[in-house]
Design a binder for this molecule. Structure first.
Ligand code: SF4
Ligand code: FES
Length: 295
């Protein structure tokens, strides 16, 4: 055999060896993955069987992961979790994630209705997971991401648009005049505080926006949360008349208060009981009053 031919034969057998090693490596990984999956399933079944004597609740949870080919088709997974008095939807999701499927994805933080991160669509209605008692729901409990928002993964939705709308109303205190002494408090009288009290309770959860038909059809509509935020500052007498005028200009725009059709869905779902529709109506009245001309 010539030297060149011998070299070619050696190279080709080296390539074959590498290919064989790669494919056996891939096969090993696939086998390990399948074994892990089977293990998880067995653990899950064992855990479910051990729950037989306990009171349990069945969850049907929306699943979707655009980054994993076999999970990019939306589906519902069923989890059976032990139930105890005082248990919330969020507690049940945490149990399912920690005991059955660590890839189950949802947002949460404070677990006491303050951070606003776990607004979900539970049994056909926007609710905070940590504030919703399982005992108050009919089973199986169906848990989905907030409607009218893009799903990032499982129960997590993209909140960017909601934050943009909040940002659009300049959601910060901005008085026309500041006290001479910078350490002096800007006091608010009791009546004025009472007027804006409920509007300050917003936790930016997005439940109201998700429930609003108008927001679903008009992407530019400021939405109930942003208008409520505008109300909170427009009605704060410490900001002064000039700033109030600017704030009214923002809410009177084409996609502002006049788009609201007083359907009350936002008010019904708000977990902080903010009278959103009432605030929107009051801003409409204020806008009419400001625009009336007397000849
Ligand atoms: S107004 Fe209520 S429902 Fe809307 S974002 Fe604020 S707390 Fe959530
Ligand atoms: S976890 Fe913070 S509001 Fe529910």
């Amino acid at each position: 055999m010539s030297t060149q031919k011998q070299k070619q034969t050696e190279e080709s057998s080296e390539e074959t060896a590498i290919e064989t090693e790669t494919s056996s490596h891939q096969q090993r990984r696939l086998d390990e993955k399948a074994a892990r999956k089977a293990d998880r399933e067995a653990q899950r079944q064992a855990a479910e069987e051990s729950l037989d004597d306990e009171e349990t609740v069945k969850l049907k949870v929306f699943r979707f992961d655009p980054e994993v080919p076999e999970k990019e088709e939306p589906r519902f997974d069923t989890f059976v979790v032990p139930f105890h008095k005082g248990m919330t939807v969020l507690d049940a999701l945490i149990y399912a994630r920690d005991h059955y499927d660590s890839s189950l994805t949802f947002r949460h933080s404070c677990q006491q209705a303050i951070c606003g991160s776990d607004a979900l669509f539970v049994n056909g209605r926007q609710r905070l997971g940590c504030k919703t008692q399982l005992a108050d729901l009919d089973g199986p409990v169906r848990i989905e991401p907030l409607p009218h928002a893009e799903v990032v993964k499982d129960l997590v939705v993209d909140m960017e648009h909601f934050y943009d709308q909040m940002e659009a109303v300049e959601p910060f205190f901005d008085a026309d005049e500041l006290p001479d002494d910078e350490l002096e408090e800007q006091r608010q009288d009791r009546q004025n505080r009472e007027k804006i009290k409920m509007s300050t309770r917003c936790i930016w959860c997005g439940a109201c926006m998700s429930s609003c038909n108008i927001a679903a059809g008009d992407n530019e509509y400021l939405g109930p949360a942003a208008i409520n935020k505008a109300y909170r500052f427009a009605m704060d007498e410490r900001e002064g008349e000039d700033r109030k005028e600017e704030r009214m200009r923002i809410v009177e725009q084409e996609h502002g208060v006049w788009r609201c059709q007083t359907q009350f869905s936002c008010t019904e779902v708000c977990p902080k009981d903010i009278p959103l529709t009432e605030h929107i109506q009051e801003l409409k009245r204020e806008a009419v009053k400001n625009n009336l001309k007397f000849w």
